[in-house]
Design a protein around this ligand. Structure first.
Ligand code: MG
Length: 160
């Protein structure tokens, strides 16, 4: 078994009316939300894909198909627990997690601490093992035009 494994994840969801905005397991007060089969938490989706990728276990589309009614409207935090358990089962733990949210709106800074706290709690990590950065897309593309939010995550797994 290798001592270290690294994985990356990316996700993007459309920003639409009539949906709640969930990012990193935190409900962010905003007039728009992300469209999707689950709660559409793009940050948690990117994190799960990074964790699965680190172990070459496929992706969340395979694990939680969006054609399965069981996952309709489901809290992504619940799915994250399934992936966390898979990592533990494989004999690894997270060394650190680095995440990025790309969005024009809303401002992420006021919610940063809550998101880090929620992710650290869900993944049973210290807060200093979880990094969250955010940036705008300078008006470019769908993100810049406030039509979507994208997230990236990189995770390092360490053999237990
Ligand atoms: Mg997604």
């Amino acid at each position: 078994m290798q001592q270290f494994r690294i994985g990356m994840g990316h996700d993007i969801h459309a920003l639409v009316e009539g949906r709640a905005l969930w990012l990193g397991g935190v409900k962010i007060p905003f007039e728009l939300g992300l469209q999707g089969h689950s709660d559409a938490d793009a940050l948690i989706h990117a994190i799960m894909d990074a964790m699965l990728g680190a172990l070459a276990l496929g992706d969340i589309g395979q694990l939680f198909p969006d054609t399965d009614p069981a996952f309709k409207g489901i809290a992504s935090l619940k799915l994250l627990e399934v992936v966390r358990a898979k990592v533990a089962e494989a004999g690894y733990r997270i060394g650190n997690l680095d995440c990025m949210i790309h969005c024009e709106v809303p401002k992420i800074a006021p919610h940063r601490a809550a998101i880090i706290n929620t992710l650290a709690g869900a993944l049973r990590l210290e807060q200093n093992q979880v990094s969250l950065k955010a940036g705008t897309n300078e008006g470019f593309d769908a993100i810049g035009k406030r039509q979507a939010i994208a997230c990236h995550a990189i995770v390092l797994l360490v053999k237990d």
